[in-house]
Design a protein around this ligand. Structure first.
Ligand code: HPA
Length: 276
């Protein structure tokens, strides 16, 4: 079913003249959609026109698939993602990721908004995910067939791409500390006790996306690098009492930094991988 939807989505893109290979899929999280506005020669397709794509639901998400050139590299950008909490389907991003792979993408660059469990990792900062914790009991590959469902996750967040992102961070002056992300289903925010538990389990950040996408991406051989916009202290951390409104405002304020960092990263990628 996923494969059929990917073929139909590919045909829908081809009908709009989008056929050239892409280097990467970039997924923009809550409040971070602006990056796509800077693409050259862009074609934007509403998710509604792409079979298997999520219905645009969460406010702060534009719901468009935009293909164009950034820093000389052809990329596809998702303005908004599907979250598990919208449908109860942890594999809701399988078609967009599969489509990107079919278009030739080698990597998925995931961004999100998150809450910080660490008083030293303050709202407004950007973190580079080094790993995740998925103790939700949910996995996008439950029910999948074949031995390739047993996806190795020891290298979930690619070491080489992380190292490149760290250099991009230095080059553009946007700091991005490494952090471990813990996936909660949402849509309710965490309790204070859950955030204390997350910290004990090794997490620096909590959020409602990314981990299932990383699992799906790794299954199809896309390398993953992920950035998190810290929008708030998680419940109980330094008085944190998160709201969706606050999340959207702080993410929008940080969108310019995120954009600079993504551009610096793509610039390095083009120079080091030497293909358009
Ligand atoms: N918890 C979960 N998801 C989030 C948060 C949070 O505190 N902030 C932004 N996304």
């Amino acid at each position: 079913m996923t494969d059929a939807a990917i073929s139909r989505a590919l045909a829908a893109l081809a009908a709009k003249g989008v056929t050239d290979p892409i280097h990467a899929l970039i997924v923009l999280g809550t409040g971070l959609s602006a990056f796509a506005d800077g693409l050259e020669g862009a074609t934007a397709v509403p998710y509604a026109d792409l079979p298997g794509f999520p219905a645009a639901g969460v406010s702060g998400h534009a719901g468009r698939f935009v293909v164009g050139v950034a820093e000389g590299l052809r990329v596809a950008v998702m303005q908004g993602r599907a979250h598990y909490y919208e449908t109860g389907d942890a594999a809701a991003m399988a078609v967009p990721l599969g489509l990107a792979k079919s278009l030739g993408a080698r990597e998925a660059i995931l961004t999100n908004a998150s809450g910080s469990c660490d008083p030293a990792l303050r709202p407004g900062s950007i973190a580079l995910l080094s790993d995740h914790v998925n103790f939700s009991g949910r996995n996008p590959l439950i029910g999948a067939a074949g031995d390739d469902r047993f996806v190795p996750m020891d290298d979930a967040y690619d070491a080489r791409l992380r190292e490149r992102m760290a250099r991009a961070s230095k080059a553009c002056g946007v700091p991005a500390r490494e952090a471990v992300y813990m996936w909660f289903s949402g849509p309710s925010f965490e309790t204070k006790a859950e955030v204390r538990a997350a910290r004990v389990l090794g997490a620096d950040l909590v959020g409602m996306s990314t981990a299932p996408e990383t699992i799906l991406a790794r299954r199809i051989g896309l390398r993953v690098v992920a950035l998190s916009m810290v929008t708030n202290f998680a419940s109980g951390v330094s008085g944190g009492a998160p709201t969706h409104a606050e999340t959207k405002i702080v993410a929008a304020e940080g969108a310019a930094s995120m954009r600079r960092l993504l551009s610096a990263y793509l610039d390095l990628s083009r120079r080091e991988e030497g293909r358009p």
